[in-house]
Write a protein that binds this ligand. Structure first.
Ligand code: NI
Length: 187
């Protein structure tokens, strides 16, 4: 997920030499079909997955995002990374929502795969999510506020769902008139 406010200071400086790390991973942009496919359960939580997760965290920060799901880098598997402001990075592998509040909230969302578009989306205010972390350990997390919103946004990606799908047809069509798919990658 992309946060619209530009007052968020980047929390890491990227040395130019490290930009090469992004060569083998890049963001897939709407309307690429991969964003519409349901992702498969992760079966092997090993070193290869951890390496991919590291690169995704790097890419998310580079793109000033606060969440990035595997399908957004062309990997159709059920995992995503989240980092809201100065919170730690959370990794969610094979996540499932085990509880949601009746209370809902509305907030403006964006998406790294749909650059330049933002819209208010209504979601549950609080959730309980169960998942496995990058070390293959199961955990349960209660989240509210922005963290809950990002988790729900990223979890949607694992099911081929985009924030646009939460809008009325009319709103979505109007918004998409402004959309231009980026020519190049994130660099
Ligand atoms: Ni997104």
């Amino acid at each position: 997920m992309e946060k619209k406010s530009t007052n968020q200071t980047p929390d890491i400086a990227i040395p130019p030499s490290d930009l090469g790390t992004l060569d083998d991973i890049e963001i897939v942009y709407y309307p690429d079909e991969v964003l519409r496919q349901p992702a498969a359960t992760v079966k092997d939580m090993g070193d290869s997955l951890r390496a991919t997760i590291d690169r995704m965290v790097f890419l998310m920060r580079h793109a000033r995002g606060i969440g990035l799901a595997a399908p957004q880098v062309g990997i159709l598997e059920r995992f995503f990374v989240v980092q809201v402001d100065n919170d730690p990075v959370y990794v969610f592998i094979n996540p499932s929502i085990v509880g949601t509040s009746h209370e809902t909230g509305v907030y403006e969302e964006g998406c790294l795969s749909i650059p330049g578009l933002y819209a208010d989306v209504k979601r549950p205010s609080e959730i309980q999510v169960q998942a496995w972390n990058e070390n293959g350990r199961p955990f349960t997390l209660n989240a509210d506020g922005m963290l809950a919103r990002v988790i729900l946004h990223e979890l949607d990606h694992l099911n081929g769902v985009l924030f646009l799908d939460h809008l009325s047809d009319r709103k979505r069509e109007k918004l998409l008139q402004k959309y231009r798919k980026p020519e190049d990658s994130t660099r």
